[in-house]
Design a protein around this ligand. Structure first.
Ligand code: PMP
Length: 407
């Protein structure tokens, strides 16, 4: 396996040569939002400057051209996640909207009073709140798959938690706080053995792992463009065609209908019936370009490089007295949350910022995870393919400097 030429890759990211508070920026916040490489920005700019019009709007050459680019991006997504058909790829605004779509269409149809929705203990709020809202509306019950102190799901209890009342399982593929890579294939197989469909939140997985929705046998798989070297405002819901066909439409309006009359409206087939109104065309084309970029670098090379950074950073941070890493699962992506005795994670985040090191401090939209580990917040460094071991060293020195300041 040829390794990634990181020095060359970094030239595609102008932000990485910025100076922050007099220091070279060290961007360790890709779990919040990745950075877009220049080829992605250029592709979107070309669309905005020379190709901008609406899609699926009749006979004009420009509209047909825009439609082709937009639909080609959908095909890139299909191939990227191993889906069988482009009909299974629904454009959304992001992971959050994808999950809300499923909760409010599939969920609203399937879930009745007394039914159960099974989630894992390490879900992002995006895979909790939409289900809680549905449960409140329907009088349904949320149940939770617990985890151990390493941040690994306790699957011994899974068969018990899956009952004849369970209507859907929602599980995060990679935890945005703990970095845990969950064994979603096994979870899906065990849920399917009891006839229960599974939605996977893949927001943090697609940037790091080669995902194959068919191999996983996922019923639904959701992710966002902005964590995948693409822009904000675009995301994906993969759904098995049989589910999408059976689900009622969600938003109503133009672009999702077959015919409208005062008496009756009929809807397009999937994915069209879930895509009312004018979509974020430039963003979809940008996401397609991001997938091209990542595939050209090589997903296996990206994974190997990020794994090296994870191992190195874990080793170096573990050597700091008083620092505790949350999430020590055997199978982990390049996300490290930590707390330091006597220093609030927000103070740590601000001190690191002063050193040019961009991290996230907070509850990471996963408050139940904070409660589980009895911390108010954590500081989180997340590593992407453009990061280096030298940047890990800068992080470690900055953490040590913050600790000195507080002592
Ligand atoms: N799930 C996970 C695991 C995430 O990390 C995020 C983003 N922090 C989301 C869902 C929500 O993604 P978005 O805000 O792009 O909808």
């Amino acid at each position: 396996l040829k390794t990634l030429d990181v020095a060359a890759v970094r030239k595609d990211f102008p932000l990485l040569s910025r100076i922050l508070h007099g220091k070279p920026v060290v961007y360790l916040d890709s779990a919040v939002s990745g950075q877009m490489p220049v080829p992605v920005i250029d592709r979107m700019t070309r669309y905005q400057r020379e190709e901008h019009t609406n899609v699926h709007r009749g006979v004009s050459t420009l509209s047909q051209e825009a439609t082709d680019f937009y639909e080609a991006a959908r095909e890139k997504v299909r191939r990227f996640i191993g889906a069988g058909s482009v009909k299974e790829i629904v454009w959304t605004r992001g992971t959050t909207e994808s999950i809300n779509l499923v909760a409010q269409t599939f969920g609203r149809t399937a879930v009745k009073a007394g039914d159960e929705i099974l989630l894992s203990a390490m879900e992002h709020h995006a895979n909790i709140v939409p289900w809680q809202m549905l449960a409140e509306e329907k009088g349904a019950v949320l149940k939770v798959i617990p985890m151990n102190d390493a941040g690994e799901l306790l699957l011994d209890s899974l068969d018990e938690l899956l009952t004849e009342r369970t209507k859907i399982v929602g599980v995060v593929h990679v935890s945005n706080v703990l970095g845990t890579v969950n064994p979603v294939k096994e979870i899906i197989a065990r849920a399917h053995a009891k006839g229960v469909p599974v939605l996977v939140d893949g927001a943090q997985a697609v940037p790091h792992l080669q995902v194959d929705v068919k191999d996983l046998d996922a019923d639904f798989y959701a992710f966002s463009g902005h964590k995948l070297s693409g822009p904000t405002g675009i995301g994906v819901l993969y759904g098995k065609l049989a589910h999408l066909e059976a689900m009622p439409p969600w938003h109503g309006g133009g672009n999702m209908i077959r015919s409208v009359s005062w008496e009756k409206t009929t809807y397009m087939a999937a994915p069209g019936k879930f895509e009312a109104g004018t979509p974020p065309i430039a963003a979809a084309i940008g996401l397609g370009a991001a997938i091209d970029y990542l595939e050209a670098l090589g997903l296996d090379r990206i994974a190997a490089h990020e794994h090296d950074l994870l191992v190195y950073a874990t080793e170096r941070l573990t050597g700091i007295p008083g620092l505790r890493i949350l999430g020590t699962a055997k199978d982990k992506a390049s996300v490290i949350s930590f707390v330091v005795d006597g220093i609030h994670p927000h103070d740590m985040g601000s001190l690191l910022d002063g050193e040019g090191v961009v991290v996230r401090a907070g509850h990471h939209c996963a408050q139940p995870v904070m409660t589980r580990f009895k911390v108010p917040a954590t500081t989180r460094a997340s590593f992407a393919y453009f990061n280096t071991r030298d940047e890990v060293d800068v992080l470690v020195s900055a953490v040590e400097k913050a600790i000195e300041l507080f002592q």
